[in-house]
Design a protein around this ligand. Structure first.
Ligand code: KG4
Ligand code: ZN
Length: 335
């Protein structure tokens, strides 16, 4: 089976080809840079940029896999959650492609795809526990079998990636601040300041907005703008490390608590924040200490990409879960 995956839920236009025999055959990502100057993703600009790039991105993915459009069996496309206008570009493109070339259509849930990105390079193992941490979501899920997702906990306010981005903005870093904070943190002292670890020891839900406020007050307490700038000039790396420590500590401790609760010994990270080096290191330590198996996607499959859409679409198609032309986008996950 040859699957073309298409992703357009936020600010990455991506296309990839995954086949039953050869695995991943191509993986193309066009990241939109226009949003940087606005300090966050501007939905209308994202839709327009998808519109301009989607043909070229898909054509390149097919080209690199050495395929013509009518040789594709299945077109898997992100259905949601995401920005409505951005999703519509991918979905309409996929429907047009399928009508023109006679392929089957499969709608893919973006969050599920982040999780199943782990199966691009690893053999599937069930049950598993997955900590999915992205710009829009933070959730802890128990998965006893394919596509049976039991949500143990989720964030009550900001997502963990959102926390990195918003705190980074407070510290004067460009959007998206997550990767920049990660780099900075590597040269800083994680124990420089003890920032709050929201809802630690209280069930499986997460909360990061208190941390954000606490960083804001911490900085304001350093004095006027000039004093804050002087403080950051010598301690930005330390603050980044301490904030990263607060976020990743909570994530990993809740993952360990979920292990105890479920008895599950296969753990996974997924989503953009799983690219974070401190989180990856703590997760690896946890797995070693508790003799658990820890799967973490390759960096390229952590942040938004179409390889994860193609691999998940392949799993769905093998189960006969095809969509038809009535496939509609959805902006949010159902509560
Ligand atoms: O999964 P993703 O690409 O998009 C969503 O589905 O949201 O995640 C993007 C998020 C952003 O908030 C970004 O700052 C964060 O992932 N991120 C990181 C790192 N790389 C990306 N956060 C911390 N450390 C990183 N290395
Ligand atoms: Zn994502």
């Amino acid at each position: 089976m040859i699957v073309l995956g298409i992703e357009s839920s936020c600010d990455e236009t991506a296309a990839a080809v995954y086949t039953t025999e050869g695995g991943l055959r191509s993986n193309v990502v066009a990241s939109q840079t226009i949003h940087t100057r606005f300090g966050g993703v501007v939905p209308e600009l994202a839709s327009r940029a998808h519109q301009q790039t989607i043909w070229g991105t898909v054509a390149q993915a097919l080209d690199e896999a050495g395929l013509k459009p009518d040789e594709v069996d299945v077109v898997a496309v992100t259905q949601g959650p995401g920005l409505m206008g951005a999703l519509l570009v991918g979905l309409c493109f996929a429907k047009g492609f399928v009508l023109a070339n006679g392929n089957r259509l499969v709608g893919v849930n973006h969050m599920d795809a982040h999780m199943y990105a782990n199966f691009i390079d690893h053999e599937p193992v069930y049950p598993f526990l997955c900590l999915t941490v992205s710009g829009g979501h933070t959730q802890l899920t128990y998965v006893p079998e394919p596509f049976e997702h039991r949500l143990l906990g989720k964030t009550r306010d900001d997502a963990s990636g959102e926390a990195f981005d918003k705190i980074g903005k407070i510290l004067g870093l460009p959007y998206p601040a997550g990767p920049v904070m990660d780099k900075r943190a590597q040269n800083g002292n994680p124990r420089f300041h003890a920032f709050p670890q929201g809802l630690l020891g209280e069930g499986f839900d997460f909360s990061f907005s208190g941390l954000k406020t606490s960083v804001l007050y911490y900085l304001q307490n350093k004095g006027d703008e000039a004093a804050q700038a002087a403080f950051l000039a010598s301690h930005l790396d330390d603050v980044c490390a301490s904030v990263s420590h607060a976020i990743t500590e909570v994530l990993v401790k809740k993952l360990e608590a979920a292990m105890d609760e479920t008895g599950c010994r296969t753990l996974m990270l997924a989503g953009g924040v799983s690219a974070n080096s401190m989180l990856r290191a703590k997760a690896a330590k946890l797995a070693e200490r508790r003799r658990a198996k820890m799967l973490i996607p390759k960096m390229a499959y952590c942040t938004d990409n179409a390889a994860m859409i193609a691999v998940t679409g392949h799993m769905l198609a093998q189960r006969g879960a095809f969509s038809d032309m009535r496939l509609k986008p959805f902006a949010r996950l159902k509560a």
